[in-house]
Structures are given as C-alpha cells and as structure tokens.
Ligand binder design. Structure first.
Ligand code: AMP
Ligand code: MG
Length: 468
C-alpha cells in the first residue's frame, strides 16, 4: 500500500545494462504549484499524498524515497531516418506495482538530461495541458494510452517563439519501452539486445517466456497489439501526427501527444502536424506507417530470431506479410460495429466503403455522422447518400434494433476533444475542467453535452506543433 504519504517505487529498469539509461535528477524549479491533479488516477494507483508532497515530488524539487531518477536511452527512426535519441526532457522516477503490473511514473519537462541535445529540457503549460486532456480523453474512449497524473505549473518561463509559462506533466505508462529502445539495443550489441528482450517479456508478456522462439513471439505480439491500437485510432478519428519508431510503444499504448489531433470531416489525407509536410503520418496512412515501424522492430530483433540471418529474415518476413490481412480484418470488424452490423454478411464491406466514399465526397463530420446514425437519425441530404442510407436500413432491419443501437452507441463517441475546444481549454482553467468532464463520458448518449459536439467553423490552416 502507498497510503502513508509515500509512493512505494521499484527500479527494475535499472537492472538493465547501464547503457540503457543515465541516472539524472530533475532540475529544480522556482515556484511550483498544482495546476491539476488527477485524483481518480491517484486513487487507482494507491497514491495518497499531501498537497505539499504532490508539489514537491511532481515538480522534481524533492526526490521520492526509494526513487532513483533516470533518463532512458533509446534510438528511433524519425520521419524515416535513424537517430540516437533518449529522454531529452523526461525523467522516470520509478515504477509503481499494481497487482501484477508495473507502471512508470515519469516527469516530462523536468529539465535537461544527457540526451537533451539542443533542447532546454522544458515544456510549456499549454502543451502539457493538451497532453493531459487528450490522453485522458483517449482513456475514457477506451483506447490504450499513457495517462496523466498531474500538471505542475512552474512559473519559469520557457522560450519558444515567444516566452511561455512552463509546466511539468507526470505521465503514467505501462512502460516507456519503444520500438526505438530495441533499435538502440541492437545498435549497442547482443548483450543489450538479449537483456532487453528478457526484460520486456518479463514485464509485458510473461506468457511468451517459455515459447520456443520468444523474439519471434514478441514481434508477432507487438504487431497485433499495435494493429489493434491503430484500428482504435481509426474508430475515433485520431491522428497521432508523429508515428516515429521512438513513439511506438511495445506495450501497445498510445504515447506522446505532440502534434496529434482528431479529424473533423472525413478525409484520409488529413494532417495537422506542422512538420509533416509530406503527409507521411496522415489519418489514412497510419496503418502502412505502423507496418513500416514493425519492420524496424523486426530488423532489430533479427539476431535473436535465428542464428542464421537468412533464416531470421524469412521468419520475420512471414510475420510481416501477415500484417495486411490482420489489419483488414480488424478494421472491417471495427467499421461493422460503427454501422451496427452484428454479423458478417455479403455486401457489408461494400456498404462500409461506399459510406466512407460519400462521407469524403460531401466532407461529412466523422464523429457526428456516426453519432446521428447511432441515435436513429439521418445525417444525409444528397441523393446518393439517401440511397446508401436506405441500403443500410434494410441491411440492419433483420437484426434486433436494441442490440444494434447499443453496439453503435458503444462504438461511436458522442464527444471527442476537437482541436478548437482543446485550444480554448488550455487557455482557461474553467474551460479545461468543463471539457475534461464532458470527455469522461463519451458514450453517454442519454446526457450529451451538445456544445461540445459542433465541428469547427473553419480549420483552414490549423496546425499542431510537437516538442513544445
Ligand atoms: P518527441 O517528438 O516528443 O517524441 O521528442 C523527440 C525527442 O526529442 C525525444 O528524445 C525528446 O526527449 C526530445 N525533446 C523534445 N523536446 C525537447 C526539449 N524541449 N528539450 C530536450 N529534448 C527534447
Ligand atoms: Mg517521443
């Protein structure tokens, strides 16, 4: 239990070779105060702290007893290019054990580390509030994600294009092991690679421990987990924005809410990130980028899959060749639920694809179209849309209407954190709390907060920025 004013922390990551981390205390800040504390999450984690302790520990001004703070080393392919990276502005305080699982407690924006390169190690209040809102929204949408425990305002100014107020976010994750951590280990050598494989399996997938070929099994597992995750993103219109291999978690959680955003009108080419000028990480590209990232994980794991490289490549290729079919099946299953199709029938895939084509043609709002359909309404006006609507109605007529509607309402959120709402909320604490409250019940059709359902009046030129 952690109810005596302490958080009981483990440091299992430090059992890895020392090339995997740098011991590093957070830099102190001048005038920290709590901007927001996630009491629900604290309770879930058995964390019970006084206000002073919250400020001291989550500003980094005091070290939790048992904590051995460190920054992780990792590498990654960023926009296709390999780089050695590491936590440039994040420090892990330790791991909390909850039932059989460990959860990292990490401070983000807590000062420079040996991996900061040119960066200042800091974060702005607005960017951390954005991560808080969107990560918590994802959690309540039932999508695997890192979570946000606390935002501390520092009163230190952070220099971006202009000076902005600084903050530190406390992030909770099943771990921060990424595909990029495996790329890093492979770059370092066999000892590190073996260690990381064993550690990862023990921490995340102990059921793979006694498999004939654990590396092969891990590759398959992570591929499946990540496919499930991306399909969930596609369900709610989420665009991650910077799907580099260092932002792809082995646990299958969504991580790093930098330039991410939710799509309004349906368009596969939607991109918000200011740096993604090529559309590499557009809404519709996310599955094929994931496949590319999984290939990078496979490359890193090759020496552990088989002692002969040729054989390793063959095994890895076989796994990755299965990607498209697994993804397609999962995607169609998810889209079928959005339309309330309770069993597979001939013509269902055509129905789904025709609907998406028309939504794209008439720039229909992705969330609201499915919300209206889930509420027994008709969101359409054009002739070809009406034809499709009739087709769909006659398809679901054979099913139990209550079951159909329940499936749709559990699949199609009534509210999502739309960009313009988030922008307003991160500038005004009252708005922040109001929006957060609405985002906690996205499937509550009996109590919809209509004011949070409107699409933006215009989003011409809307851009999100990473690393801010
Ligand atoms: P991200 O895009 O947030 O995944 O960050 C990519 C890399 O840049 C990570 O290694 C970060 O730790 C690092 N980074 C981002 N912002 C900063 C900053 N302000 N200071 C130092 N490092 C940073
Ligand atoms: Mg990152």
């Amino acid at each position: 239990m952690n109810n005596d004013g302490h958080i009981k922390l483990n440091n299992t990551y430090l059992s890895l070779d020392e090339t995997f981390y740098s011991l590093q205390a957070p830099e102190k800040v001048k005038e920290p105060s709590i901007f927001y504390y996630n009491k629900e999450l604290a309770k879930k984690l058995n964390i019970s702290l006084s206000e002073n302790e919250i400020v001291d520990y989550f500003s980094g001004n005091k070290i939790i007893p048992d904590s051995k703070p460190f920054a992780q080393a990792y590498a990654g392919h960023q926009f296709g290019y390999f780089t050695i990276l590491g936590d440039g502005r994040a420090i892990i305080l330790g791991e909390i054990r909850l039932k059989d699982k460990l959860y990292d407690i990490q401070l983000k924006g807590s000062g420079r580390t040996p991996y900061s390169r040119g960066g200042d190690g800091r974060a702005t209040l607005q960017a951390m509030l954005r991560e808080y809102l969107i990560s918590e929204a994802m959690h309540y949408l039932n999508i695997p994600t890192t979570r946000s425990l606390c935002v501390i305002e520092t009163k230190d100014k952070v220099r971006r294009e202009i000076e902005l107020p600084g903050a530190i976010l406390t992030r909770i994750a099943e771990s921060h092991i990424r595909i990029g951590t495996f790329e890093y280990a492979a770059f370092k050598g066999m000892k590190q690679l073996r260690q990381l494989l064993d550690y990862t399996i023990e921490r995340h997938y102990p059921e793979l421990k006694n498999m004939d070929n654990p590396a092969q099994a891990l590759l398959k597992k992570v591929m499946n987990k990540q496919i499930d995750l991306i399909v969930e993103w596609l369900r709610v219109g989420f665009i991650h924005g910077v799907m580099n291999t260092d932002n792809t978690c082995i646990s299958g959680e969504t991580i790093d809410y930098g330039p991410c955003a939710f799509m309004n009108s349906y368009d596969l080419e939607t991109v918000y990130s200011s740096i993604d000028t090529q559309g590499r990480y557009s809404f519709g590209n996310q599955a094929s980028i994931l496949k590319w990232n999984i290939a990078k994980l496979a490359e890193a794991l090759l020496p552990l899959i088989h002692e002969e490289e040729k054989e390793s490549i063959k095994i890895a290729e076989e796994i990755i060749n299965g990607f498209d079919e697994i993804f397609q099946n999962a995607y169609i299953k998810m889209m079928s639920k959005k339309l309330g199709l309770l069993s597979n029938q001939e013509g269902d895939i055509d129905l789904i694809m025709d609907l998406l084509r028309l939504m794209s043609k008439y720039k229909r709002d992705y969330t609201n179209t499915f919300f209206i359909l889930s509420n027994n309404g008709n969101p359409f006006t054009e002739d070809d849309e009406m034809d499709l609507f009739i087709r769909w109605k006659s398809r679901i007529r054979q099913q139990d209407p209550a079951k159909t509607q329940k499936t749709m309402q559990n699949t199609n959120p009534a509210v999502i954190p739309r960009n313009y709402l988030v922008e307003k909320a991160i500038r005004d604490k009252k708005e922040f709390e109001r929006l957060l409250k609405a985002l906690k019940n996205p499937y509550d059709y009996g109590n919809v907060k209509e004011e949070f359902q409107h699409p933006p009046e215009s989003e011409v030129g809307y851009k999100t920025y990473c690393g801010t």
